[in-house]
Write a protein that binds this ligand. Structure first.
Ligand SMILES: [Zn+2]
Length: 242
């Protein structure tokens, strides 16, 4: 099994949005990763990054003001051969994870937690979580693989989806082999596993803290490497050690 990290682009905005207690005047620029997990039979894309249209003009694309500045490194569809992807796993529905979904071939199954998908179609949850339904509207229901809780993706224990809610209602992380967890936005930064200085917004801060404790236990007890969601000091494109 191999895992490769890609950097789709960058977000710059007030650091206080992303780590509680930061000076609101201080700006932070951080990467937007996506990953390919490759097995003998599969190429699994974990998250899709930004849509180039949102980078070009976020306010026009989403029809609402944007607090962020975006930069495109390269769309995920130009960094990989989309025709080779066998499944798409979405950690959650935020625009920096699901944004490029509509650019990928409509034949590829999309694996997401049922509760995340349902939240993405609930008006109050959409507003509370800053979801952008444009990112995932109009998909063929036949593509959807809705899972409930932890899920053995390939049936052989090699890749497991871990329900890690809180950042959003049905956020999930991805364990690959016995040594790596793609934590996604359970913790924005590596240090958030320790200090729980989460972003200023969450669907449920208590649940997010529980999810962070779960990943921290995996790190401390099992020696698992936990990849944070957007840590500019940790994330680098290229092969990820398993
Ligand atoms: Zn994110």
């Amino acid at each position: 099994m191999n895992v490769e990290a890609f950097n789709v682009g960058w977000i710059t905005s007030s650091a206080a949005i992303w780590r509680q207690g930061e000076d609101p005047e201080h700006e932070l620029r951080f990467p937007i990763p996506a990953y390919i997990i490759e097995t003998d039979d599969e190429r699994i894309l974990v998250d899709t990054g930004l849509h180039p249209g949102a980078v070009a003009d976020a306010e026009a694309f989403y029809g609402r003001p944007s607090l962020f500045r975006f930069e495109l490194e390269q769309p995920i569809t130009e960094q990989i051969d989309p025709a080779t992807v066998t499944r798409i796993v979405l950690t959650h529905l935020h625009f920096d994870h699901a944004g490029a979904l509509t650019l990928l071939p409509p034949s590829i199954p999309i694996v997401i937690q049922r509760r995340e998908w349902e939240a993405g179609h609930d008006r109050a949850a959409v507003e509370r979580n800053f979801f952008s339904p444009r990112d995932y509207a109009g998909l063929d229901d036949g593509r959807l693989v809705l899972v409930d809780g932890d899920h053995d993706l390939l049936g052989d224990g090699s890749v497991e989806l871990l329900l890690t809610p809180g950042h959003t209602p049905g956020h999930q992380s991805v364990r690959v082999g016995s040594g790596l967890v793609l934590g996604a936005d359970v913790t924005h930064f590596a240090s958030t596993l320790e200090d729980h200085r989460f972003p200023s917004f969450a669907d449920d801060f208590d649940a997010q803290a529980d999810s962070a404790r779960r990943l921290r236990r995996m790190r401390d007890d099992d020696g698992v490497r936990v990849m944070p969601g957007h840590d500019p000091d940790v994330l680098r494109p290229g092969p990820v050690a398993l």
